[in-house]
Design a protein around this ligand. Structure first.
Ligand SMILES: NC(=O)c1ccc[n+]([C@@H]2O[C@H](COP(=O)([O-])OP(=O)(O)OC[C@H]3O[C@@H](n4cnc5c(N)ncnc54)[C@H](OP(=O)(O)O)[C@@H]3O)[C@@H](O)[C@H]2O)c1
Length: 238
C-alpha cells in the first residue's frame, strides 16, 4: 500500500488526506503545531492515517503533498524533500507572503521559485488551482464519466507521470500543462485558476467559499489554459 506524506493539515492538506484514505492509501500528515494538534483529524481519517513531524511525513513516503504557506516552504529544512515526488499546492499571495521581487517582476513563476527552494525534489505543481472545498465535491471513482481534470506542471517528465498516477487514484484526471515556466496559466487570477471549477461562473468573490462546483473535462481545462494571459503580479494588492 503506498504511503502519502502530507505536510500541511489545513484546507487543502486535510481535503487531500481524506481522499487518500478513501483510496486506501496510508497517510502521514504533519503541520507546524505538532502531533498533538492533529489528533482530531487523525481520528476522523481512521486507521490508515497517522500524525508525524514534518520530517516523518517526508521520510515515510515516496510522494509528499506540500500545502503550507509560501514563506513556510522557504524555511523548510534544507534537503527535506530530496528525491521525493512533491505535489506542491503553493500560491503567492503578497498580503500573506510579503512581496517577493522575482515573482512580482515575472522573473520566475511561483512553482519555479518553490522548486528551487526544494533542492533535489522531484517537483510537480498540482492542486493549486482548485478551491479546497471543491476537492471532495469533484473527486470521482476511476470509472466515473464526469471526472474532473486538474492541470499539472513540472520540468521532470517522470515525476509528472508519477504525480498523474497519484492524482488519478485520488479521484481526478490530469492535463499536462507543460513546464514550470508555463505554470502561470493556472496561478491566481489567471484563466486556469479556481473559477474554472465553479458551477456558476458569475459567483461573486465573497461567495466563493460556499460555491457549487462543476466537473471540467480535459478540453475545457485546456481551453482555459490556452486562453490565459499572464497576470501582472506586481499590480496585485492581495
Ligand atoms: N485554500 C484553498 O482553497 C487553496 C486553493 C489552492 C491553493 N491553495 C494554496 O495552498 C497552500 C495551502 O493553503 P491552505 O488553504 O491549505 O492553507 P491553510 O489552511 O492555512 O493551512 C496551512 C497549513 O500549513 C501548516 N504549516 C504552516 N507552516 C508550517 C511549517 N513551517 N511546517 C509545517 N506545516 C506548516 C499549518 O499548520 P498549523 O495549522 O499547525 O499552523 C496548516 O496546517 C497555500 O499556498 C494556498 O495559497 C489554497
Amino acid at each position: 500500500m503506498p504511503t502519502l506524506g502530507i505536510i500541511g493539515s489545513g484546507n487543502i492538506g486535510s481535503a487531500i488526506a481524506r481522499l487518500a484514505v478513501a483510496a486506501d492509501m496510508d497517510v502521514v500528515i504533519a503541520n507546524s503545531r505538532g502531533v498533538e494538534s492533529l489528533q482530531e483529524l487523525i481520528a476522523e481519517l481512521g486507521p490508515l492515517a497517522s500524525a508525524g513531524t514534518v520530517e516523518e511525513a517526508a521520510n515515510s513516503a515516496d510522494a509528499v503533498v506540500l500545502s503550507i504557506p509560501l514563506t513556510a516552504v522557504e524555511n523548510l529544512p534544507a534537503g527535506l524533500l530530496r528525491g521525493k515526488i512533491v505535489l506542491d499546492t503553493s500560491n503567492y499571495y503578497p498580503f500573506r507572503d510579503g512581496r517577493i521581487a522575482e515573482l512580482d517582476t515575472g522573473t520566475r513563476t511561483t512553482s519555479e521559485l518553490v522548486a528551487r527552494w526544494l533542492d533535489g525534489a522531484l517537483y510537480v505543481k498540482a492542486f493549486g488551482n482548485i478551491l479546497a472545498h471543491h476537492i471532495p465535491l469533484l473527486s470521482r471513482p476511476g470509472d466515473a464519466p464526469d471526472r474532473t481534470v486538474l492541470p499539472i506542471a513540472s520540468n521532470d517528465v517522470q515525476a509528472k507521470g508519477q504525480a498523474e498516477a497519484i492524482i488519478r487514484r485520488l479521484g481526478f484526471d490530469t492535463l499536462d500543462a507543460g513546464t514550470l515556466a508555463e505554470s502561470w496559466r493556472f496561478e491566481p487570477e489567471s484563466a486556469g485558476y479556481t473559477r474554472i471549477y465553479l458551477a456558476d461562473p458569475s459567483t461573486p468573490d465573497e461567495q466563493l467559499l460556499a460555491s457549487v462546483a462543476s466537473p471540467k473535462s480535459a478540453s475545457q481545462v485546456k481551453a482555459a489554459l490556452d486562453s490565459a494571459t499572464r497576470v501582472n503580479v506586481a499590480e496585485r494588492a492581495f
